[in-house]
Design a protein around this ligand. Sequence first.
Ligand code: TPP
Length: 320
Amino acid sequence: MHTPELVARLYKKMTLIRRLELRIAEIYHTDAVKSPVHLSVGQESIAVGVCDPLERDDIVSNTYRCHATYLAKGGDLKEMMAELYGKKTGCAGGKAGSMHLVDMKQGILGASAVVGTTIPVATGYALALQMKAKQTGKTSVVVSLFGDGGTEEGCFTESINFAALHQLPIIYVCENNRLAIHTPLEKRWATEKLCQRVETYGIKTVQILDADVFKIRETITKALADIRQGHGPIFLECATYRWLEHVGPRDDHTDSYRDPAVYQQWIDNDQIKRLGQLLDESVRMRLDEEVTLEIQAAETFAEQSPYPLAEELYTHVYAS
Ligand SMILES: Cc1ncc(C[n+]2csc(CCOP(=O)(O)OP(=O)(O)O)c2C)c(N)n1
């Protein structure tokens, strides 16, 4: 049994992510949002299930599809919205946009648009945390999230080999939505046995096929306890489904590269709807209202914030 507090917390986080992204999709055409957006609508249970058991000092690392983990790990909603609007008050000063959300105060490593590249960076961070733990006695853990496409990059296997060899404090999470832009898994992999492939590197694996937010959360809770005892790393593969197009706000189901029946199965399995049904109607309505107000406040903050000054183009860069 899950406590009502847990159900309410997970429901509110997933609802916030879903509703915010749908709002971004709605306003995208107005040009308020200054960068491309890769929305995670439909995939929220992974970010929320993964981040809920993490401590503040634990680190998350994500790809360009990073709104969900940024919010789930405690990133500031107003700063995120301002970043999308290209405003100075954004989490990266308005110069990085949707694909590069960062908040080191909350343990959110900067994301990257280059597929796979965040995996070795996260692995290196785990090495640094392991070295630090020798001095402090406390092991913080890195969670590296990436898509199924990310596992096709050479640096993925280099990273998991290194992490297994050195027993690094890292959890690898593959958000397997079976698509790399428009190319389905069947056209990219001769075998879908991803967990078995990873196991050959000497890493424990878990596969969750139904996106169940409680199962994801429990798996991460156990993984964290094992890793803090020195038994890392761990690989988690979560099946999921991207409801909207690869980049941009559209529902692209009429583009004919995916099967509407599969979409329907994932709508029927929607974790937000499921959690909503576990809550008292009055609680659900209160949480929905809180989410509405938080999104409105973030939008207002982003609208009213100033743009960075032209001189700031040369700050936060390695070369001028
Ligand atoms: C190194 C590199 N190769 C190709 C691309 C173009 N590209 C952008 S997203 C993407 C698909 C990635 O799919 P996946 O990792 O499964 O993540 P998802 O978009 O499904 O979240 C590709 C090939 C890129 N950005 N970087």
